[in-house]
Design a protein around this ligand. Structure first.
Ligand SMILES: O=C(O)Cc1cc(O)ccc1O
Ligand SMILES: [Fe+2]
Length: 489
């Protein structure tokens, strides 16, 4: 098992300065953007002129069907030195990455299990290989549901890499990637430009974009959710109003950047139906001089999230912390929600403040970016993961429950307290995931996970005859009444 930094990042202001990168970004989510690396390279007034400015080729990248309703229609026009089609034929990649899945119906690969699952952080490959793993080779599927072929489903992957992609670009024909780096920055070059993504930020690379991942500060690992047949959007805010949670203006898209060097043997690695194919060409795919449209990669700094929560009693459902959601056709039912558990104040009175015990019709995959998760005093480490599938019971571990309850009656239990230095997240889906065999058999799997709840004992305070009895610790009853007076004020 690798060791990982659990120290929280510096205060917000300082963090912003340290992360300040030299790239320029366009702010907003769902905007119609335009960007040109050379003045005058974007055609004016039309998309496909007979001859584009500066002798560029026009190419449209569509993220929705041509006929999708206007409010959902996503496409971008790219003005490039040579069009993407200028390449040798595709072949299955050699070597393949056999740990990527795009169709979860094959039980030889992935199986159903209602068991609570947890993994310790994967080992980071050494700074200098072997093994030499770039983002493509270091990516492996953990679980998922549905099929990229049927354009419905999702996959959850993790990655651990120690090498920048060199002479190749990745293109995911199957779905959108939402990448959550946990350790090590990612410098991502896309057809729209460059983005520097640090742990604490996330990045979305929509289906079909070509991108290359460099590791500017050494080995990196993290989490990826992939959605088939849908795109991420901001959640509705309902009674919260017009503001709060993630603000559109905090999402950043790159500005046009291109290279035109002759690059013999440059390889496009295309993920298609969960399998990898390669095609060579003699130029960089990052040859887009100008672009305009609303189908773009973007990043988001999770410290910009404005959390809402209960301000009197009870524990709010985690949906209150949804950053991005990918919808299904059923209103309010997500193909995939990306939810965070950020630093925040806890102020609920007479309330069990950690997450409640529960069973959920949705399936919950969790990861930890830094710090400690409020429901798990032990065993859930930064870079680790857990999966509680449809209707699988879960909740705080024994130590968390006992520590909370031991403060019963203490003033501290009702006083505001600040959760600091922690950032956990959840990928939550209405679809039931199958789990890849290699994830179940991984040496990182915590086979004793169930033990974290086994110690939960009965505190029931009545005997069979209906008489009150004190529990072993001398606590008389669980029916506390504090807070009633306040409610009546
Ligand atoms: O299971 C979990 O830890 C995630 C979670 C957190 C929470 O605050 C409420 C419900 C929930 O599923
Ligand atoms: Fe849960």
């Amino acid at each position: 098992m690798s060791t990982s930094s659990t120290s929280p990042p510096p205060p917000r202001q300082q963090q912003a300065e340290e992360q300040a990168d030299t790239y320029s970004y366009l702010s907003g989510l769902g905007n119609s953007f335009s960007s040109e690396a050379v003045p005058g390279s974007l055609p004016a007034a039309q998309n496909s002129p007979l001859l584009c400015p500066l002798g560029l080729y026009a190419e449209q990248l569509s993220g929705t069907s041509f006929t999708s309703p206007r409010h959902r229609n996503l496409r971008t026009w790219l003005y490039r030195i040579k069009p993407s089609v200028t390449h040798e034929p595709f072949h299955p990649r050699d070597p393949p990455n056999r740990r990527l899945v795009g169709d979860f119906d094959d039980r030889a690969t992935a199986v159903a299990t209602p068991t609570q699952l947890r993994w310790r952080p994967a080992d980071l490959p050494p700074r200098e290989g072997p093994p030499d793993l770039d983002f493509v080779d270091g990516l492996y599927t953990v679980c998922g549901a549905g099929s990229s072929f049927l354009r419905h489903g999702f996959a959850i992957h993790m990655y651990a890499a120690n090498k920048s992609m060199d002479g190749c670009a990745f293109c995911n024909a199957d779905g959108d990637f939402l990448i959550v780096p946990q350790q090590g920055k990612l410098l991502i070059t896309t057809e729209c430009g460059k983005m520097l993504v640090s742990p604490g930020e996330i990045v979305v690379i929509p289906q079909g974009f070509r991108f290359a991942v460099d590791l500017p500060d050494g080995p990196s690992r993290g989490y990826v959710s992939e959605i088939f047949g849908a795109h991420f959007q901001l959640p509705d805010l309902g009674p919260i109003g017009a503001n709060g949670l993630a603000a559109a203006r905090d999402f950043l898209s790159p500005t046009a950047w291109f290279e035109q060097a002759h690059r013999p043997g440059y390889t496009i690695v295309q993920k298609y139906g969960g399998e990898l194919f390669t095609a060579t060409q003699d130029f960089s795919p990052f040859n887009v001089v100008a672009w305009h449209g609303n189908y773009v990669p973007y990043k988001y700094d999770l410290s910009k999230f404005c959390p809402f929560n209960t301000v009197l009693f009870d524990h709010a459902d985690p949906s209150v912390n949804t950053v991005l959601t990918a919808p299904t056709d059923k209103p309010g039912v997500a193909l995939l929600d990306f939810v965070i558990f950020p630093p925040r104040w806890l102020v609920a009175e007479n309330t069990f403040r950690p997450p409640y015990y529960h069973r959920n019709c949705m399936s919950e995959f969790m990861g930890l970016i830094y710090g400690m998760y409020e429901a798990k005093a032990d065993g859930f480490l930064p870079g680790g993961a857990s999966l509680h599938s449809c209707m699988t019971p879960h909740g705080p571990d024994t130590r968390t429950y006992e520590a909370t309850i031991s403060k019963l009656g203490a003033a501290a239990n009702n006083a505001p307290s600040r959760l600091r230095g922690t950032l956990a997240f959840m990928f939550e889906s209405a679809l039931i995931p199958r789990v890849c065999r290699w994830a179940l058999e991984s040496p990182s799997r915590d086979l004793d996970y169930y033990q974290c709840w086994i110690g939960l004992k009965s505190h029931f305070s009545h005997d069979d005859d209906g008489h009150r009895r004190d529990d072993e610790d001398g606590r008389a009853t669980t029916t506390t009444t504090g807070g009633e007076d306040d409610k009546e004020e």
